[in-house]
Write a protein that binds this ligand. Structure first.
Ligand code: ACM
Length: 803
């Protein structure tokens, strides 16, 4: 549940406006009546005036026909105008008839301008500077706000300085008469439900007296989760009641026969009418999935942790939904760099809203050991298990990343708390003890494990191998010939099994490059037998697919390499598969070439959002049925990534792609449609305080919201708007307010946290504050318009009551 979420910037921005005025509940009622969104106006489609114009230029490179000016307005970015190799060249377009111009878009394929002026003219001889532009990258696209209200007949790019020794090259010179139409509304549901019918008409609106009725024993937890998720932003009490006297507007019903037939385990139906919200499921897990959908149907401001005044509407819909796969996982490598319990909870909060339901904890590796193990009563080799965390809880990755890896470990109470919290969020914990390779941290802390067959070998004078904080892999191994290995592993697995209510124990098994095949098989077979004896289902990375897996009770997690071996384990031993193919699920791989940190080996370059979305787990392993695929898992390894902010920056939005790959039927998945829905989620994540990478191929939508204020006559109103604009800098945004008396006020947008790709952070919400004072008592309204050149503006209306 969200209770441990950090205080969010949005709340800080809204608070000073809220407090002096009215109690939040009254404010929200006021807002619901006064702040209804303005009606969307149908505008004529914007026109690229350049297409009907005539282009001329001051020069043409080598006087070649394929570089003439006419190529800049032919609608084809494959052709271009290029100038001679001089600084002061120009290209211009004479419009077919005089027209108002909103913005100009110049596409430079190479040989850009470093410094140019965009000019307009009514007669082609006297010119007005619309904008001076200096930019130091190439190739690039410039969108330049012109907003010439008066008609012009010519638009010219007048070069000042070239970017290289060549001239200027422009492949398209677009002249638009209006900003684009606002993007079509989308419910923005992620992952996409199996069936959504927008029934239209009036929405349902949450009120201060809304109650939540929990019907059926399994309904209490999801109904409570819903109420706790909605209380902070609404400021409403939202009591959860067991049986209703009088109609309860939100009903959560859980019981046999309530879920979608054949999909009872995790399915749900959700019906929203103006009078009632009805969520039905066969299980608490199914109802929790419906709760996460319901959250996304509310305005993004619902994610604020302090009260916000707005209309809390839920559109009228009928949804039937259930997952394609049972396992929709995320792995957190806490071994290379540690995450304290509070950060794990934050990571859970952010992922649970997308119906991620497995948390795989990579608890041990060469660089560190993160889980406390007690000494057993029967301890033949006299191992001090406390050394695992005392010694190797204090080590971590030392090279790569923005700082050394974080050290630390979970006590048993910590781990139990993670398991509990994950469970409350619908997630099962899958603990991993990685063996027989990736074991340098165990060997570094436990002398008895350092027998002659173990690797690395002890050097003279050593009792344990040294710590190794590098990113090297495949150099460590337990000793297959030593009884201590089996004694140690049996005890560790026994303790982990006792702490773990979920059905799975992961034994790693990857990259054991210094273990002979015979030794590998001998050890892994013993470890899998141990897991089976503990009543758990064994999971291992795909290298272990060829070992003697217990029949019908093993899971192979594919990451890289031999897919046929996975198919053999499935077909010969009844194993199930979890798919984490590196190019499609490994989030430490760079998601954009502009990221300084991150790997590139999996995709031969950046592994963008599209790679994480566009694959089919049902056909990924040739020769197996989809029914043998348990599901998918996003993997966050710890070589580069430090602390929760970076973990979120690498995971989001690619983890959302994986969540949809695991949930939505393949036939209903479409990358363009996904990006449209995702464009709505950026503001939601911003309000929540979840860090994410503002992927360049998503048109992240802006939103603006104001809080009503009451002021004395003659005093600055201090009216404040909050604007979410993922991936934008303050310098990208232009904002002004038009007041009900006709006055226009330019306002500045500020943010407490500027986005930065090298620093791995998204910008926080922006704040705009009005300095306008009113002499007349009464009610005044102001409409903020925020604009990015070349994009549709967004608006937010405020009400100022002057006493
Ligand atoms: C792995 O990436 N070594 C599973």
């Amino acid at each position: 549940m969200p209770p441990t979420r950090p205080r969010r910037r949005i709340a800080a921005a809204l608070k000073p406006v809220l407090n002096p005025v009215l109690p939040p509940v009254l404010m929200a009622v006021l807002a619901a009546s006064l702040l209804a969104p303005p009606p969307v106006q149908a505008a004529a489609a914007p026109v690229n005036l350049a297409l009907a114009g005539a282009a001329t230029a001051s020069s043409v490179e080598l006087d070649r026909a394929d570089f003439v000016a006419a190529h800049v307005n032919d609608g084809d970015t494959a052709t271009r105008w290029s100038s001679k190799y001089q600084d002061d060249n120009w290209v211009q377009i004479k419009l077919a008839q005089p027209a108002a111009v909103d913005h100009v878009k110049l596409t430079w394929p190479n040989a850009c301008a470093r410094d140019f002026v965009l000019q307009t003219s009514t007669d082609g001889s006297s010119w007005t500077d619309a904008a001076s532009v200096r930019r130091d990258t190439c190739p690039r696209t410039d969108v330049i706000e012109v907003r010439a209200g008066e008609p012009v007949s010519y638009v010219r790019m007048q070069g000042r300085q070239r970017w290289s020794s060549f001239g200027y090259s422009i492949s398209e010179f677009e002249i638009w008469d209006a900003p684009p139409a606002p993007p079509a509304p989308t419910l923005g549901l992620l992952p996409k439900p199996v069936s959504v019918e927008e029934t239209g008409g009036e929405p349902f609106t949450l009120h201060r007296n809304t109650r939540v009725l929990a019907s059926g024993a399994g309904a209490q937890a999801p109904a409570g989760y819903l109420a706790r998720a909605l209380r902070p932003a609404t400021g409403f009490g939202l009591p959860v009641v067991r049986n209703g006297r009088g109609p309860a507007p939100i009903v959560v019903e859980v019981g046999d026969g309530k879920g979608p037939r054949g999909h009872e385990a995790e399915g749900y139906t959700l019906a929203v009418t103006p009078r009632q919200v009805t969520l039905r499921a066969g299980t608490a897990a199914g109802a929790l999935n419906g709760v996460q959908t319901l959250r996304q149907l509310l305005p993004q401001w619902i994610e604020s942790d302090t009260p916000v005044a707005t209309a809390w509407t839920i559109p009228a819909v009928t949804i039937t939904d259930y997952p394609r796969f049972a396992h929709r996982g995320m792995m957190l490598d806490v071994a290379r760099s540690f995450y304290p319990v509070s950060e794990v909870k934050t990571y859970i909060d952010a992922a649970a809203q997308f119906k991620v339901n497995r948390l795989h904890l990579h608890l041990t590796d060469d660089q560190g050991w993160r889980i406390a193990i007690d000494d057993p009563a029967d301890n033949p080799s006299g191992i001090d298990y406390g050394l695992l965390t005392e010694v190797s809880g204090a080590t971590a990755m030392t090279d790569r990343g923005t700082e050394p890896g974080i050290t630390g470990y979970y006590t048993k109470a910590d781990y139990t708390e993670i398991v509990r919290y994950a469970g409350q969020n619908g997630m099962t914990v899958v603990p991993e003890i990685d063996m027989p390779g990736h074991t340098n941290a165990a060997l570094h802390s436990i002398p008895q494990l350092n027998t002659p067959g173990a690797r690395p070998r002890l050097q003279p004078g050593q009792t344990t191998v040294p710590h190794n904080g590098t990113g090297a892999v495949g150099y460590s191994s337990f000793d297959a010939d030593s009884p201590v290995t089996y004694e140690f592993v049996k005890h560790v697995l026994t303790e982990i099994a006792e702490l773990t209510p979920g059905p799975y124990l992961h034994i790693g098994g990857d990259e054991a490059h210094v273990t002979s095949h015979a030794d590998y098989t001998r050890m892994v077979d013993a470890f899998t037998r141990e897991v089976a004896a503990l009543g758990k289902t064994v999971v291992g990375w795909n290298e272990y697919a060829g070992t003697a897996l217990p029949q019908d009770k093993a899971v192979v997690q594919f990451w890289n390499g031999n897919r046929q071996a996975v198919a053999n384990a499935v077909n010969d031993r009844g194993a199930k598969a979890i798919l984490s193919p590196a190019p499609h699920t490994y989030v430490p791989q760079k998601q954009d070439p502009r990221q300084p940190q991150g790997g590139t080996w999996a995709c031969g370059g950046a592994c963008g959002l599209d790679r994480h979305y566009n694959w089919d787990p049902g056909t990924y392993i040739p020769g197996i049925q989809e029914s043998s695929v348990l599901g998918v898992e996003s993997a966050l390894w710890g070589e580069f990534i430090r602390r929760i902010g970076q973990a979120q920056y690498y995971s989001f939005p690619r983890l959302i792609a994986t969540a949809e790959v695991g949930w939505t039927p393949q036939a209903q998945r479409d990358y363009t449609d996904f990006r449209t829905r995702l464009s709505e989620a950026g503001g939601r994540l911003t309000v929540q305080g979840t860090n994410f990478f503002p992927a360049a191929d998503v048109s992240w939508r802006m939103k603006a919201l104001a809080q009503p204020v009451t002021v004395a006559a003659g005093q600055p109103s201090g009216a404040t708007w909050t604007v979410t604009a993922p991936g934008r800098a303050a310098a990208d945004l232009e904002a002004s307010v038009v007041w009900s008396d006709g006055q226009r006020e330019d306002v500045t947008l500020t943010t407490t946290r500027e986005g930065s790709i090298p620093d791995m952070r998204i910008n926080a919400a922006f704040t705009a504050t009005s300095l306008r004072a009113f002499d007349q008592a009464g009610t005044h309204t102001g409409t903020l318009s925020v604009r990015v050149p070349g994009e549709a503006p967004v608006e937010g209306r405020v009400t100022v009551t002057v006493r």
